[in-house]
Design a protein around this ligand. Sequence first.
Ligand code: HEC
Length: 134
Amino acid sequence: MKKVFVSVATVAITIGVMVVACSKSNESAAGGGGTGGGGGGGTTTCDTVNMKYATNVLPILQANCYSCHGNGVVTGGINLNGYANLKVQVDNGNLVGAITHASGYTAMPYNLPKLSDCNINIIKAWIARGALNN
Ligand code: HEC
C-alpha cells in the first residue's frame, strides 16, 4: 500500500529538489546532524532570521507536502493547505514531529527523504516567532 505514494510523490519531489538545493554545504558536515542543536551555531548559508509564512514556509510545503496534503488533497486526514489548516498542525505538534522524524510521529515527507536541515530550521524559526500568518 505504501509504495503507491512513492511513485506519486517522485514527480513532486523532483521539482522540490530544485528549491531545496540551497542547503548544500560540505563544510564541517561530519558531525551529527542531530537534533538539539540550535544555540551557538555559526551562520551558514541557511538564513532563518525573520521567517514568514508566505515568503519562506509556504514554498517549502508546496514543494514537498502539497502533493499529499494540499490543493484539495488530504492524505491521512492531514490538510496543510493554507495558513489556517497548517496552524492546526503547528499547534498540536504534528508538523514539527513529522518533519523532524520524532518518535511517535509518522516521518514526513512520507516514504521520501527528510527535508533539508535548512528547510526544517526555517519552519522551526517561523514557529518560534509565533507561527504568524505573515
Ligand atoms: C507521498 C505523500 C505524502 C507526502 C509528500 C507528505 N505526506 Fe504527510 N502524510 C502522508 C500519509 C499517508 C500520512 C498518514 C500516515 C499515517 O497515518 O501513518 C501523512 C501524515 C502526516 C502527518 C500526521 C503525522 C502523524 O504522526 O500524525 C503530518 C503532520 C504530515 N503528514 C505532514 C506532512 C508534511 C509537513 C509534509 C511535507 C514535508 C508531508 N506530510 C508530506 C502522506 C504524505
